[in-house]
Design a protein around this ligand. Structure first.
Ligand code: KG4
Ligand code: ZN
Length: 351
């Protein structure tokens, strides 16, 4: 079947048309209008501006995707969680198209979209199916969640951040170093040439018996450390009686602290839940060190490891359409009148 996906929960207006069945996913057309340049000036996403930009982009993006295609069989749209102004733009567009084309809407939870993103394989078009039970580590600028999925469509909360999301932590540390938003990718690039053991930044809650995490203290620790060791992109080196430090060392040490916490919580969750598959998804799943360390861990433990292609780590409509297919099969379509944008919606539900 053909599904049109629409994603507008944060700062990307993304639309994708996919052809999908039990075994294959083909991306027929996709387009994403990014707002990074607009928000970079402010060092983070400004919700009012994001809403206005989504409204400007949505129709041209849909037109570009549908230019050479006929109407789909269903429309999958992100209804939440996310920023209300953006969600409303996507949901209203989906409702209008559903009415005009007379096709059903599948409301999709954004996090569930990330969960299914590893199924997309643009090289072979063969679906990378998930074996259940599955454990998922979803890490992005807005979310840090460990979730357990015993069977398709059911998710239980295992743990998550109590304050900042992992991507937010990367971005805030980047800002302290004078690296423009979003700084996560730049930090991981710089970290490749640094010593991750050079500075012993705290690993908050690493030893706590639960699966919760906290990243705001790490950012504060970096702030204090930089106060005594003034390093920025303009002045990337500092020396004192303790030794000499580079911006690469700072980035590598921050990245080590973050990945250590994520790996130890994920390892403990795997031991408790014994999943057949570990899923890593979300913007931060582009991080090379995190990918590599989880690859090593899952190989050692003998479980499947599923992670998205780099292009599908960040927010995208193809993953929303992919998740929509599963919901469609579970008969979770909704009449256009009854679709509601819900910025606080949770994906933890019993089916
Ligand atoms: O999923 P996403 O595109 O948007 C949200 O839903 O938040 O994630 C974006 C986040 C940003 O915080 C960005 O800095 C981070 O993912 N990110 C990375 C890397 N690539 C993107 N963080 C660390 N290392 C990376 N390579
Ligand atoms: Zn996301």
């Amino acid at each position: 079947m053909k599904i049109l996906g629409i994603e507008s929960s944060c700062d990307d207006t993304s639309v994708a048309l996919i052809e999908i069945n039990e075994k294959h996913i083909t991306i027929l057309a996709e387009k994403t209008a990014s707002q990074i340049e607009v928000h970079a000036k402010y060092g983070g996403v400004i919700p009012e501006i994001a809403g206005r930009k989504h409204a400007e982009h949505i129709i041209p993006v849909i037109e570009a995707v549908m230019e050479t295609h006929t109407r789909p069989d269903a429309i999958a749209v992100t209804y939440g969680p996310g920023l209300i102004a953006g969600l409303l733009v996507g949901v209203e567009a989906a409702k209008t198209l559903s009415y005009i084309w007379n096709v059903p809407i599948i409301p999709v939870n954004h996090i569930e979209g990330h969960f299914y993103s590893p199924e997309i394989n643009t090289k072979t078009q063969e679906k990378n199916s998930i074996q259940y039970p599955a454990l998922a580590l979803i890490v992005s600028g807005g979310h840090t969640e460990l979730a357990y999925s015993p069977v398709p469509g059911t998710y239980e909360k295992v743990g998550g951040t109590r304050d900042d999301a992992v991507g937010e932590c990367f971005d805030k540390v980047a800002k302290l170093l004078g690296i423009p938003y979003p700084g996560g990718p730049k930090i991981s690039k710089l970290a490749e040439h640094g010593d991750g053991n050079k500075i012993n930044f705290p690993r908050p809650m690493e030893q706590s018996p639960d699966f919760d995490m906290s990243f705001s203290g790490l950012k504060t620790a970096v702030l204090y450390w930089l106060h005594d060791h003034p390093i920025t992109v303009e002045n990337p080196k500092f020396e004192n009686e303790e030794g000499s430090f580079t911006i690469e060392d700072v980035c590598a040490s921050v990245q080590s602290a973050i990945t250590d916490v994520l790996i130890s919580k994920t390892t403990a969750a795997i031991k408790k839940y014994s999943p057949r598959t570990l899923i890593l998804a979300g913007g931060v799943s582009a991080n090379k060190k995190l990918r590599e360390e989880l690859e090593v861990l899952t190989t050692k433990l003998g479980i499947n490891f599923r992670l998205p292609e780099l292009a599908y780590t960040t927010d995208n409509a193809a993953m929303i359409a992919t998740a929509g297919f599963h919901r469609f099969n579970e008969k979770k379509t909704v009449l256009w009148k009854n679709v509601i944008a819900d910025p606080q919606s949770s994906w933890y539900k019993e089916n």
